[in-house]
Design a protein around this ligand. Structure first.
Ligand code: PHE
Length: 344
């Protein structure tokens, strides 16, 4: 019996269990009804009295040691994550993660770019902080020309010949393209522009433009009209008509503003088109010979057209949004409306 007690004590010392199931198995093995220690107690009952004296206390110690060991193992096994099973039920359906959507201005900008890309226009970008030369001078705005007033410029530095300013249109990128690229040129210039205007439903001090430029031998006003008609029909629908009204820009001659037939009332007159049946979408014209000359292009050999539109304006017309400020307030209820807007 002595050896049996020592053996079990040694085994208890070595005993390890990492799960509750293993602890329970150990308990049954030593202390269960048919357990090893229980069996020793059975044996003890039929021992002669002198042996009882010798082993009684020892057996009780063994039982106590075994019980304590099982308790400690149980406590530490209960704490280990493996014992408790996987922490989460991986078969549960996941939480909904709110999905963002593209901003309506980005969607329309991309649509405009995609339409012109299809007709072979490349995309050019340039700096938002520009110099006077690229925004004004090279575009036939001489110093003190009254047309500079129309542009409500934010100046970054002043007082020298070519001050830095926030570009008021992306025509500056067209100048950079004419200065650096070989002819012919067919390019569109999307980008952010800045004007010192009071913020209202129709105007903002930051907005987006896509301007376009096409220069080659023998480009005429008829080419300009065709390019814009194709664009208008892709953007606003195949029934769309365009109308051109004479206008003025220093960098184009002749210049024109373009209206599209109202896509709400189809020309009958409604409150979106203010009863006229037409909506203004862009400015355009034939590139002024002075502009070509300023960029080193011979106006006797080459001619070209240019156009420029506000992306927010196109987006307002496309989705009948009547206040430009919605596009800048980041109200998720508004932005979420465009989650399913399709791209061309
Ligand atoms: N740059 C003009 C503007 O910002 C738009 C325009 C571009 C007009 C090209 C004619 C030709 O208002």
């Amino acid at each position: 019996m002595k050896e049996a007690i020592e053996k079990i004590l040694a085994e208890l010392g070595e005993l390890k269990a990492s799960t509750l199931k293993e602890v329970e198995e150990a308990r049954i093995r030593f202390l269960g009804k048919k357990g090893e220690i229980t069996a020793l107690f059975e044996e003890f009952r039929s021992c002669p009295p002198e042996m009882k004296r010798e082993f009684g206390a020892r057996l009780n110690e063994l039982k106590k040691a075994a019980t304590e060991k099982i308790e400690t193992l149980k406590a530490s096994a209960g704490e280990s994550p493996a014992a408790a099973g996987p922490a989460e039920d991986l078969t549960m359906p996941g939480d909904d993660a709110p999905l963002g959507s593209r901003h309506p201005v980005s969607i329309v900008r991309q649509q405009i770019v995609d339409i012109f890309r299809k007709y072979g226009y490349g995309v050019a970008e340039g700096p938002e902080i520009e110099d006077d030369w690229h925004v004004f001078e090279a575009l036939n705005f001489p110093p003190n020309h009254p047309a500079r007033e129309m542009q409500d410029t934010f100046f970054v530095s002043n007082g020298h010949l070519n001050p830095l300013l926030l570009r008021t249109h992306t025509s500056s990128v067209q100048v950079r393209t004419m200065e650096t690229q070989d002819l012919p040129i067919r390019v569109i210039c999307p980008g952010r522009v800045f004007r010192n205007e009071a913020i209202s439903a129709r105007a903002h001090c930051i907005f987006h433009q896509v301007e376009g430029l096409y220069i080659d031998k023998g480009v005429t006003f008829a080419d300009l009209k065709q390019a814009i008609l194709l664009f208008a029909r892709e953007m606003f629908g195949p029934e769309t008509e365009i109308r051109m009204r004479p206008s003025y820009f220093p960098f184009t001659e002749p210049s024109s503003e373009v209206d599209v037939s109202c896509n709400i009332c189809h020309g009958k007159g409604c409150n979106i088109c203010k009863g006229t049946g037409w909506l203004e979408i862009m400015g355009c014209g034939m590139v002024d010979p002075n502009v070509l000359r300023a960029s080193g292009i011979d106006p006797d050999v080459y001619s070209g057209f240019a156009f420029g539109m506000g992306v927010e304006r196109i987006a307002m017309l496309k989705w009948q949004v009547n206040d430009l400020r919605h596009y800048f307030e980041n109200d998720l209820r508004f932005l979420g409306e465009f989650a399913t807007a399709t791209e061309v």
